[in-house]
Design a protein. Sequence first.
Length: 397
Amino acid sequence: MVMQFFRKGGAGGAEGAGAPEQKASATGRVVALAHGAGRVVWSARDTASLTRNGFTGNPIGFRCVKLIAEAAAAVPLLCQDAERRYDQHPMLDLIRRPNAGQGRAELFEALYGQLLLSGNGYLEAVAPVPGLPRELHVLRADRVSIVPGADGWPVAYDYTVGGRRHRFDMTGHPDPICHIRSFHPQDDHYGLSPMQAAAVAMDVHNSASAWSKALLDNAARPSGAIIYRGADGQGTLSPEQYDRLVFEMETHHQGARNAGRPMLLEGGLDWKPMGFSPSDMEFHQTKVAAARDIAVAFGVPPMLLGIPGDATYANYAEAHRAFYRLTVLPLATRVTAAVAWWLSAHLGQGVELRPDPDQIPALAAEREAQWKRVGEATFLTQAEKRAILGLPPVAEG
C-alpha cells in the first residue's frame, strides 16, 4: 500500500478551474462520518457470524473447538445403574450407532461442537414412542428457536430451514428434544458459548491477520510518500501528471508481484519511505496475546495450540492433564448425564452414562495414585473403596 500526498488542480486561478471531474456517493459523507467517529467496529454476535468469524475464519478458534470436541467425543463411557455396571445395554447399542450416517464419536463431536459454538446443543429422538428412540440426530443450534409457554418453560421447539418450519411439541411424554445449554446469567432459555466470551479476542486476532496480509500484499514494505517540488517551487501536479503518476504506481509498484522493482522518479519527484511505527511493531505481540485470550476462554492450555511459551516436556504433560481434568471431563460428564436422563425417560429405567477416567491415558498417573491410596486404606471396607472409586456395589455371595 502506498500513501500518496498530492493536491489536484492548479495552484492559482479561479476556484475549481482545471480541476478534474469528481464523482461522489450521495451517502458517502454519512458513511465517512460514521466510520471516522473513532469508534471500534466489532463483528456481529449472532451464532452464524461467530461461527463464520471464530471457527471457519480463525485458526485458533477452529483448533480449540476441534480439540475439545474430538477429545470429549473419544472419552470411553460407562453405563450403570444403582446396582450394576452394564457391558451390554440397549442404551449403549443406540449410542454406538445413533443413526445411519454417524457413529458415537461423530454424533458427540457434533453435539459438543454445537455447544461450544453456540452454547446450546439439541438432540432429536426419531420415533419417540415408549422405549428407546430408533435414531438420534444433532440439530443445528442456529436453526432452533424456543417457544416458551405462559409459565416460561418451553412448550415447543421450532426448527426452521429455508422458510420451512417444523415444530417439536414438548407438552407430551417423553420429550422429543434434549436441550443441553451452557450457563448464561442473563438468558433464561439459551446458553452462553465460549465463542461469545472470546469474540473480542477473535476480532483482534482476525484484524491482526488482515493487517499482516495487507502488508505482504505491499511486498512487506511500509508505506511512503511521494513529494513533488516543481522547478518554480510549486508543489502541485497538473491533472494529467497526477493521473499518470497514480497509474504508474498502481501498475508497476504495488502488490507482491512488483516486489523489489526499482522506482524511476522524474524531475521534481522524491520518495520518502516511512518506517514502521512502534504500534506497527507490536502487532505480532497483540496477535499472540489475542490467541492466548481465545485459548483461555475455551479452557485449552496455549501450548497445546502451538502458542509460544514454556513448551517443555514437563509443562506439556501437565497442560495435557489439566486440559482433560478441567475442560474435557467436566463437559463430557455434564453432557452424558443430560443425555442419559433424557433417554432414561424414554426407556422407563434409570440408567447413568458417564466418562470412564480409568481409560484416559492422560489421567493414568492420577488414577494409579488414587487406586493405590484407596487400596492401602485399611480402615475402609471393600464397599466403601468401590464407592470412592465410582464402582457399583457387589452383591454379597
